[in-house]
Write a protein that binds this ligand. Structure first.
Ligand code: AHR
Length: 482
């Protein structure tokens, strides 16, 4: 078929596809933005809690290197947090019950007031952590005053840390990590109902997770800590951090149906494998929180990590756990897909092939409908930046340079048929499902064809063709962001 006929066929097919889907186009997704955050976003802040308030500000607190204060900052953008002014909500005294270390504050806005929950220890026993809360009734918590810390009692006395509260179906829950008298592990994770912003209904407290896998016991007896809740796709998910806080630190998650009784241990299931771990020059990623990007819709993973493998002098006093932010995805089954930590620096919203280590590229900067995409050496150019917008089970993948969407051209279902760009039309040829391939790699399955984006013929040369082929789980179909 000559080129003119081919192009005519594409135009007709594209037009027909567009017309055929006019009635099917779901409402434009609420918000969408290219996530291109220059990581790390905040130096030397670990266990980061970010809360996006109705005033449009991101409020952030975190562990500070000397663990001697509860610090707060705010910014209207995630990238702006690094240079934002800070205020101190509480400073540890030189001695006494809170004279030791302050760890992992969590910030929330309940009933018209600001609360920060954190653990603190006595100067005489810096690991003997207990949970506390403080309150500020000012509309802007960077101003006004914070109350003196008061205990947040959990029902029994032992090493306790990492508070994270959340609201679901109108009920406020409090999750935390605590040493259980029943095992030799460092920590189990617990959940209880809150009867007020400052009290736990201890009678409802249940264990929701304990170390059960070897990847939760690396360098420690057993650690599950840093609960980070998110509700999506009919599930309540609580991500948590496991193992020593060095390069072995990693994320796992537990989940329950959003309609289940969250205070029944049997409602919770633990994913058996870790979901986020050291890669791409980012070591020991963990203990963060979830928020949304400035568009109010794109889910974001907040976490800390180091830029080197070996902490100095040790995994707690080494100050260089920096805060990072990247997009959180949802796989074809509606579960969170964390992927891999993206490289330090900005311009990492590429789609990089595992076999080729090259990036999906709008080749020749072609902005025409039907332009082919190919593999090319990864750069930070806009021809390799891709905005992924979640539309429920699928993503629309828009090229930042061409402002056109990744498309199974002509609606073809033929093996090895072309993948390229077409005006974004909401059609199923432009819907791609993320399929977890393990170790943070994913494949992209096209909704219309059921075929997967494929590094055609395993070609690793610049300009190598991209096609669609039977989804076979091979590394020619493995991709990551970065
Ligand atoms: O960063 C201090 C403590 O170290 C955090 O509370 C905990 O999550 C981690 O183990």
């Amino acid at each position: 078929m000559n080129l003119l006929a081919r192009r005519w066929r594409r135009l007709v097919a594209g037009g027909v596809a567009a017309l055929a889907t006019l009635a099917l186009i779901p409402a434009a997704p609420a918000g969408a933005q290219l996530i291109d955050v220059p990581n790390p976003i905040v130096q030397q802040r670990a266990d980061t809690s970010i809360y996006k308030h109705t005033d449009g500000y991101y409020y952030m607190t975190a562990s500070v290197p000397d663990y001697k204060r509860v610090e707060l900052r705010r910014s209207q953008t995630l990238a702006g947090l690094g240079s934002a002014a800070t205020s101190t909500a509480f400073t540890a005294p030189s001695s006494g019950a809170l004279g030791g270390w302050i760890w992992a504050p969590d910030i929330k806005f309940y009933d018209g007031a600001w609360y920060m929950y954190f653990s603190a220890s006595p100067s005489s026993a810096r690991f003997d952590q207990r949970l506390y809360w403080i309150r500020n009734t000012s509309a802007n918590p960077m101003t006004g005053s914070w109350s003196a810390p008061q205990r947040m009692t959990t029902g029994w006395e032992s090493f306790q840390l990492d508070p994270a509260s959340f609201t679901h179906n109108g009920v406020r829950y409090f999750s935390w990590a605590q040493d259980s008298p029943s095992t030799s592990y460092n920590s189990h994770m617990y959940l209880a109902r809150m009867t007020s912003p400052t009290t736990i209904d201890t009678a409802t407290a249940i264990e929701i997770a304990r170390p059960t896998h070897s990847w939760e016991m690396e360098g420690v007896a057993g650690v599950v800590e840093g609960p980070s809740p998110i509700v999506k796709n009919g599930r309540v998910i609580i991500a948590y951090s496991a193992s020593a806080t060095d390069s072995r630190y990693k994320l796992g998650y537990i989940y329950a149906s959003a309609s289940a009784n969250l205070l029944s241990a049997s409602s919770w299931t633990k994913k058996s494998t870790p979901v986020f771990q050291t890669a791409n020059g980012v070591y020991g990623p963990g203990h963060g929180s979830f928020t949304v990007a400035e568009d109010g819709a794109t889910d974001m993973l907040i976490f800390h990590a180091r830029d080197y493998a070996t902490p100095n002098p040790d995994a707690l006093t080494d100050p260089n756990r920096h805060t990072r932010a990247q997009q959180l995805y949802w796989d074809a089954n509606g579960f969170p897909f964390f992927g891999q930590p993206q490289e330090t620096g900005s311009g990492q919203p590429g789609i990089r092939g595992r076999h080729s280590n090259k990036c999906v590229d709008d080749y020749d900067h072609n902005t025409a409908d039907g332009a082919l995409v190919r593999l090319y050496t990864c750069t930070t150019g806009s021809v390799q930046k891709w905005e992924l917008t979640y539309v429920g089970g699928y993503y629309r993948i828009k090229n930042a340079y061409a402002s056109k969407c990744l498309d199974a051209l002509d609606g073809s279902t033929a093996l090895n048929s072309d993948i390229g760009l077409w005006s974004c039309n909401g059609g199923t040829t432009q819907d791609w499902a993320i399929v977890d391939q393990g170790s943070g790699w994913f494949s992209l399955r096209n909704r219309a064809s059921g075929l997967c984006l494929d590094n055609y013929e395993w070609n690793t040369a610049n300009g190598a063709r991209l096609s669609q082929y039977t989804c076979n789980g091979s590394q020619a179909q493995h991709w990551r962001r970065g």
